[in-house]
Write a protein that binds this ligand. Structure first.
Ligand code: MG
Ligand code: ZN
Length: 246
């Protein structure tokens, strides 16, 4: 029999928030996606910040758009390997990874199609998971509520849940968890991140790493609320969250 517990969640964007943007794949000379994976660069201080949040009982779940899969830039298994490498660097502080591999057009924001015939037509769809939509939050919520997770890997035992989407298995059995939205947060470097958080109903913080500065400028011409607060980086956001708890 499993118990039901309520948890506060930190939902995090990945690229540009925890680590150097995957866009760096194009703008820097990584050569291959393998090189990018082998050279995951963390935002400075992120490990310490996530550790402190973990100590306060937060679950940490990554919610990431990875349209590069639909666009033919990398494979889903590349995304998985990147996530694994990232979590290794973070001492497995991240409890779950959810990602969207779809895109509605396959085009870059300037209309170009970069990877030509590598594009995967089945993944060019208007899905429910791509941020600012909330499909990934909902899926995490369902999974946590169902606690349908199997333990297979000892190294993850200190982590509450690891979701391995590429193999479609869950690595750790846990109690049934309900999300306390009032004390849960979304942190990201793009307005689609913060808007997704707002759409889902958690507090949303914009960080100025990654695309953050340009997105902050963009936000000035938008009348609706697109984020709750803005911070220099994930460490600033984490400090605020920890202070807010007191
Ligand atoms: Mg990002
Ligand atoms: Zn999707």
């Amino acid at each position: 029999m499993s118990d039901i517990e309520t948890k506060n969640i930190i939902f995090l964007d990945r690229d540009g928030t925890i680590c150097v943007d995957g866009g760096a794949f194009q703008s820097h000379d990584y050569g291959s996606y393998d090189n990018l994976i082998n050279n995951v660069i963390l935002v400075e201080g992120v490990e310490k910040s996530l550790k402190r949040l973990k100590e306060k009982g937060f679950l940490i779940i990554v919610i990431s758009n990875q349209a590069g899969v639909a666009k033919g830039k990398m494979t889903e298994s590349d995304v998985h390997r990147f996530n694994e490498k990232l979590n290794e660097k973070l001492d497995n502080l991240i409890d779950g990874f959810y990602y969207c591999i779809h895109h509605d057009t396959g085009e870059e924001s300037d209309g170009r199609i970069l990877y030509g015939d590598k594009i995967i037509k089945e993944l060019i769809v208007d899905c429910d998971c791509r941020k600012p939509k909330i499909g990934m939050f909902k899926q995490a919520e369902d999974d946590l509520r169902n606690g349908k997770i199997q333990t297979i890997d000892e190294k993850f035992l200190n982590s509450t849940i690891i979701y391995d989407k590429s193999r479609n298995i869950y690595k750790k059995s846990i109690n049934k968890i309900l999300i306390n939205k009032n004390k849960s947060y979304m942190i990201g470097d793009k307005l689609i991140d913060t808007m997704a958080g707002i759409n889902y109903g958690v507090k949303s913080f914009l960080v100025l790493t990654g695309e953050g500065k340009a997105e902050y400028e963009k936000s000035k011409s938008i009348n609706n609320k697109v984020y709750d607060k803005c911070f220099e980086d994930i460490n600033g956001a984490s400090n605020y969250i920890l202070e807010e708890l007191v």
